[in-house]
Design a protein around this ligand. Structure first.
Ligand SMILES: [Zn+2]
Length: 373
């Protein structure tokens, strides 16, 4: 691996940690603001409860005045009753006294109601006060914690920033600018390549690009997402281990009129894809270069089903998924389009993983075929 790549990987880790710390630091004031908002809500509740107590107290004072006024009236009526001359006058005063006494009783009932109410209100106020006190203490504690954490984070941040500056000086300037530009837009500036794929944007790499990334002699960027690409051989080994999370491979039909095969060695050329097609009692064979997708040699036509027509090509070959019509194959001309080549290559990868993990031992024949008869 190029030292620049190693440094960029370190830089990416450092950048991630810096972002995490910055986010955390930004979270503290938000959290405090939320608690303070709650606190303000409870303060308002307390004030409402206290105001209600004051209103009740005022009402109570008013009722007390009413009663003492009524008592004054009664005593005045009693004094007047001593001087009355007629029975009617006496009855009238008595009625006034009775009326005032009734009013006193009604007002006393109201006072009693207020007294009962005030007990409940006092309890409410006391509870709200206690809650507020506990909450205030809690928020002070939280504020203090946030203050400490912020200070710690800021110290860590300073350390990480120093580390970051140090790593940055070790990376080629142009590459660093590219990394930072892509990071800013995409959140990361470097991506691993696995299974011929950019792991960040999932686009398949061209064979030449893939080989260059694997070679690790120069820095290559992904055509699609512009991230700087790197290859980690250790990850590839891990990837070859059997994995249950790997997508299950779809298996080609034995009796399909068209079959694709992979051969690691063919006629001294090297790796090839073979396309065998049977139609109207005849079979055709096309040979394509695995790396470039180019058609090698002429299209060979023989009589009969392809299994009988090309047994030597099938034996020991790896059967792949692929199905294009004769017309499509003709339209491809002398070179497979990227989409077809990618599809064959990714199926080849899956077939290899399958073979390596032995997860499909029962249909091993579907992986490495035997020619019929
Ligand atoms: Zn990419």
């Amino acid at each position: 691996m190029l030292p620049d790549i190693e440094n960029l990987l370190k830089l990416q880790e450092v950048d991630k940690e810096i972002r995490r710390l910055q986010d955390e630091i930004a979270q503290f004031p938000k959290r405090i603001a939320t608690i303070e908002q709650q606190l303000a809500g409870h303060k308002a509740q307390l004030e409402t409860a206290q105001a209600a107590v004051k209103t009740d107290e005022a009402a109570r004072r008013k009722h007390d005045t009413t009663i003492s006024d009524l008592r004054g009236k009664i005593s005045k009526y009693r004094d007047q009753s001593l001087d009355v001359k007629t029975n009617d006058q006496y009855k009238a005063l008595l009625a006034e006294i009775q009326f005032a006494e009734k009013e006193i009783a009604a007002t006393e009932d109201k006072i009693l109601e207020l007294m009962l109410n005030s007990d409940a209100r006092d309890k409410q106020v006391k509870a709200a006060q206690a809650e507020l006190k506990a909450e205030s203490a809690e928020i002070e504690k939280e504020k203090e914690e946030a203050r400490q954490r912020t200070a710690e984070d800021q110290k860590l941040l300073a350390d990480w920033n120093a580390k970051r500056d140090q790593i940055r000086t070790a990376v080629n300037d142009d590459l660093l600018r590219h990394y930072e530009r892509v990071s800013k837009f995409r959140g990361s500036g470097i991506s691993e390549v696995r299974d011929h794929q950019c792991m960040a944007c999932r686009v398949m790499l061209r064979p030449q690009t893939y080989n260059e990334v694997r070679g690790g002699q120069q820095t290559i960027v992904c055509d699609s997402c512009q991230r700087i690409l790197y290859f980690n051989p250790a990850e590839e080994l891990l990837d070859l281990k059997p994995s249950t999370t790997r997508a299950k491979r779809h298996h080609p039909k034995i009796d399909a009129p068209q079959a694709w095969y992979y051969r690691a060695e063919f006629g001294g050329i090297g790796e090839v894809f073979l396309c065998l097609t049977t139609a109207r009692g005849q079979s055709s064979r096309r040979v394509y270069d695995v790396q470039t997708g180019r058609l090698i040699g002429d299209i060979l036509i023989r009589e009969g089903d392809y299994r009988q027509a090309f047994p030597e090509d099938i034996t020991g070959a790896m059967r792949l998924n692929g199905g294009w019509t004769e017309a499509e194959l003709d339209a491809f001309g002398t070179e497979l389009p990227m989409v077809a080549l990618d599809s064959l290559r990714s199926d080849l990868d899956l077939a290899r993983h399958e073979a390596a993990s032995g997860s499909h031992a029962k249909s091993a024949t579907a992986v490495t075929e035997q020619a019929a008869g």
